[in-house]
Design a protein. Structure first.
Length: 330
C-alpha cells in the first residue's frame, strides 16, 4: 500500500476523506476512506465507467456503523488503465488485494452494477467473506447483448436524480469512451449466474423499482441462485438506488450485517412511509451548492494533476457540502 501523496484530515468524521493507493505491479486502485472506527469495515465497488463518487451519499450513512473504503478501479475516475482491458476476474483480484493490504477483517463487501460481478467473483473464491451486498446486479442473461443493455440503461436513466446524471456524464468523460467500450464486452459476457451458487456469504440483494438494467424477474432469480440471501426492492428509484435512497439502503445493509436472518427468496418491497427519512432533493442552498461545485473542481484538478492530497481535499469539501445540505433539509 502506497502512502505517497496521502491526505489525512486531523479530525475524524463522516465528511473527511483520506486517499490511498494499493498497487499491483504498475496498476493501482485508489481507495477513498471515511471513518476509522466502528464494528466492521465496508468496501464499496462501483460499476463500469463510474467512480467511487457514486457512493458519496451512501458512504457517510454506512460510516455510522464502521469505516468505509470506496474504490476507484484502473481505467475509471482518472486511474490509469493497462494496455489491455482487465477481465472481471482481474478486477476482483485487485479488490482482494485492497482487502489484504488494508488488513480488513470480515469486511462487508458492496458492489453496484458491474461491481456486483466483481465482488461476486471474489466472494465465490473467498469463503472468509461472510457478508455481501449486490446493488443492481448485472447482466440479465436474457438480454446479454450490448444494444439491449443500452436501451435498458436509457430506460433506467430516465428515472435517475439529476445529481446521478451529472455524475454519470462526468465519470464517462474521465473514463474515456475507448476504455469503456473495451471493458463493456467483458461485463456483458460475464456469467454472474454461474458464480452466485458458489457464494457462501450471506448476501443482500437490492434493486430500484424502475431499474430496467436489473429487472425484477432477474433479481428474483439472483436471490434464488444464492445459497444464503435476502432481496429488497426500493420504490421510487432506479439503477443508482444507493444514491437516491442512501439512508434506506444503508439501513438495510447495516441491519442485514447485524442480523442476516433466515434465507428467503422473496423479493420484498421497502416501505418508504414507515421511516422518518425525507425525500431526496436535487436542489441545494446556494452556499452548499457553491461548496459542492468547488469540491468537485478541486477533486478534478487533483485527478488531472495526479495529486491524491488534492483529490481528498476536494472529496472532503463535497462531503461537507452534502452534510450541510442534509442538515438544512431536516
Amino acid at each position: 500500500m502506497s502512502a505517497s501523496r496521502r491526505y489525512e484530515p486531523q479530525t475524524n468524521s463522516s465528511t473527511e476523506v483520506t486517499v490511498d493507493r494499493v498497487y499491483d505491479g504498475d496498476l493501482y486502485v485508489r481507495v477513498s476512506t471515511i471513518g476509522k472506527t466502528g464494528d466492521r469495515p465496508f468496501v464499496l465497488v462501483p460499476g463500469i465507467g463510474v467512480s467511487s463518487n457514486y457512493f458519496e451519499r451512501l458512504a457517510p450513512n454506512l460510516n455510522r456503523f464502521g469505516p468505509v473504503h470506496a474504490l476507484d478501479l484502473p481505467g475509471f475516475a482518472g486511474v490509469p488503465h493497462p494496455r489491455s482491458a482487465l477481465s472481471i476476474r482481474g478486477y476482483a483480484d485487485l479488490v482482494g488485494r485492497v482487502i489484504d493490504e488494508f488488513g480488513l477483517v470480515d469486511p462487508i463487501v458492496v458492489g453496484h452494477s458491474m461491481g456486483t460481478q466483481i465482488v461476486s467473483d471474489l466472494a465465490s473464491r473467498r469463503p472468509e467473506i461472510t457478508t455481501l451486498v449486490l446493488i443492481g446486479p448485472v447482466v440479465n442473461p436474457a438480454e446479454r447483448r450490448i444494444p439491449a443493455q443500452a436501451v435498458r440503461f436509457l430506460q433506467s436513466a430516465w428515472h435517475e436524480p439529476g445529481r446521478v446524471k451529472f455524475l454519470a456524464v462526468s465519470s464517462y468523460l474521465l473514463c474515456g469512451f475507448k476504455w469503456f467500450f473495451r471493458v463493456l464486452p467483458r461485463m456483458i459476457s460475464f456469467p454472474l449466474e454461474e458464480r452466485l451458487p458458489l457464494i457462501q456469504a450471506n448476501t443482500l440483494v437490492i434493486r430500484g423499482e424502475h431499474d430496467a438494467v436489473a429487472p425484477r424477474d432477474w433479481v428474483t432469480r439472483v436471490g434464488r441462485l444464492l445459497p444464503h440471501s435476502r432481496s429488497w426492492e426500493m420504490p421510487d428509484s432506479a439503477h443508482s438506488v444507493m444514491h437516491a435512497h442512501a439512508e434506506e439502503v444503508a439501513r438495510l445493509c447495516v441491519a442485514f450485517a447485524e442480523h442476516p436472518g433466515t434465507d428467503d427468496d422473496t423479493l420484498r418491497t421497502y416501505d418508504l412511509s414507515a421511516d422518518d427519512i425525507p425525500d431526496d432533493e436535487d436542489e441545494k442552498a446556494p452556499a452548499d451548492a457553491a461548496k459542492s461545485i468547488a469540491g468537485r473542481l478541486t477533486e478534478t484538478v487533483g485527478i488531472l494533476a495526479d495529486d491524491d492530497e488534492t483529490i481528498a481535499r476536494g472529496k472532503t469539501m463535497h462531503a461537507e457540502s452534502m452534510n450541510d445540505s442534509d442538515k438544512t433539509s431536516r
